[in-house]
Design a protein around this ligand. Structure first.
Ligand SMILES: Nc1ncnc2c1ncn2[C@@H]1O[C@H](COP(=O)(O)OP(=O)(O)OP(=O)(O)O)[C@@H](O)[C@H]1O
Ligand SMILES: [Mg+2]
Length: 366
């Protein structure tokens, strides 16, 4: 770092010295070319013809005066240049050093490192973008750790069940009968779904999802999803209705994928709405988008959960959710698929007990 400082100071100083040399050389050349003529002219005008020794004396006096003034000016300029270079070097080097040290700390894994900000010059802008970058890195790193521990946690439960049953079978404690195989199949199925879901989210987030888009009428998307969900709604006794604005613009979507999103929203709405409640699906035109909204009269969502619902494995009520088999990844997938279509998915709720609304908004195709 000392080297950085020295070389920066040296470069700044060299640049200024170059300017001083060019300036002084021009000054000397111009003075030599123009001044003696002018001087002689003035002397002649003032004194007329002067004897040669007086003239030589005057010339020498003039030259000395010019050279001494030039020497003093160049000296003053050189000192100013040295001081200015030193000052600039310190002003520039200190923030750069802080940035270099902080990036080394971050490279070693200390994601909490930040650099001091202040001022409004380019270095201050650099410092605040550096801090923003550090915050994103820190968040990404935290998410990565959470994800790993969540995946481990999610895998543990079905694995423990499978392990228990396999040991039971081996020791003859569990009978090798249909219910045992069904349970083993359901637990391995759960593991398979989890792995598939995680892969789907990764693909969608990396924009690698293979979308087969076609232009469709949004109303038909809603109808299909509602038709598929109707039996489960009927069985639980929750009313399911649709309203579609007439003449909606078409949307360009992969119908299977958007179908999955709607199925997930309808499944969630049913899961969180008690018997006797109602779920409405509305399709309407909003600016350049088409909005498909699933509203329910169910248990609602507290404001602090609203945005977090879309995180992997996030459940507002982990205990209950696990009972019902949800792994908290449905909305993560739904949002990733929606965003892969250039759309947005958001959650709204007036709070616990006051129902929830999930709005899928897709850009109109034409
Ligand atoms: N309509 C709703 N009303 C109230 N809470 C909801 C609603 N939809 C989702 N939630 C909350 O959001 C959480 C996350 O939903 P998400 O669909 O991601 O996971 P899940 O339904 O628990 O599991 P799965 O992965 O099987 O979908 C749910 O656990 C629930 O707490
Ligand atoms: Mg779900």
């Amino acid at each position: 770092m000392r080297r950085l400082r020295r070389s920066l100071t040296a470069k700044l100083l060299a640049a200024q010295i170059l300017v001083i040399i060019a300036g002084s050389a021009t000054l000397v050349l111009v003075a030599l070319a123009v001044a003696p003529g002018l001087f002689h002219e003035h002397v002649r005008e003032a004194l007329g013809i002067v004897p040669e020794d007086v003239s030589r004396h005057l010339d020498e006096a003039f030259e000395d005066a010019v050279l001494v003034s030039l020497a003093i000016a160049i000296g003053a300029a050189a000192v100013t240049a040295a001081v200015a270079s030193g000052f600039l070097a310190v002003r520039i080097v200190r923030p750069i050093r802080a940035l270099a040290e902080a990036s080394q700390r971050i490279a070693r894994g200390a994601y909490g490192s930040r650099v001091p900000t202040g001022g409004s010059d380019e270095l201050a802008v650099l410092a605040s973008s550096f801090n923003e970058m550090a915050v994103s890195l820190e968040t990404a790193e935290r998410r990565r750790r959470e994800l790993l521990s969540d995946v481990a946690h999610e895998l543990r439960t079905p694995l423990a069940t499978i392990e228990g049953y396999v040991e039971g079978l081996r020791d003859g404690v569990v009978a090798p009968e249909a219910p045992t195989w069904a349970l083993l199949a359901s637990e391995t199925g759960r593991l398979r779904r989890l792995v598939d879901d995680l892969q789907l989210v990764s693909l969608a987030e990396e924009r690698q999802l293979d979308l087969r888009t076609v232009e469709v009428d949004p109303a038909s998307l809603v109808e299909d999803a509602v038709r598929a969900a109707a039996p489960a709604y009927e069985a639980k006794g929750v009313w399911l209705g649709t309203t579609a604005e007439p003449r909606l613009p078409v949307v360009a979507v992969d119908t299977d994928r958007i179908g999955e999103v709607l199925a997930n929203l309808l499944e969630n709405a049913l899961r969180h709405t008690p018997a006797g409640g109602r779920v409405d699906v509305r399709a309407e035109h909003r600016g350049s988008d088409v909005e498909l909204a699933v509203s329910d009269t169910g248990e609602g969502i507290a404001p602090e959960h609203l945005e977090r619902l879309f995180e992997r494995f996030y459940r507002a009520d982990p205990a209950r959710s696990r009972e019902t088999g949800g792994s908290g990844i449905g909305l993560t997938i739904a949002r990733a698929i929606t965003e892969a279509h250039g759309g947005r998915l958001r959650a709204e709720s007036d709070g616990p007990g006051r129902g929830a609304r999930f709005v899928l908004s897709l850009p109109a195709a034409r």
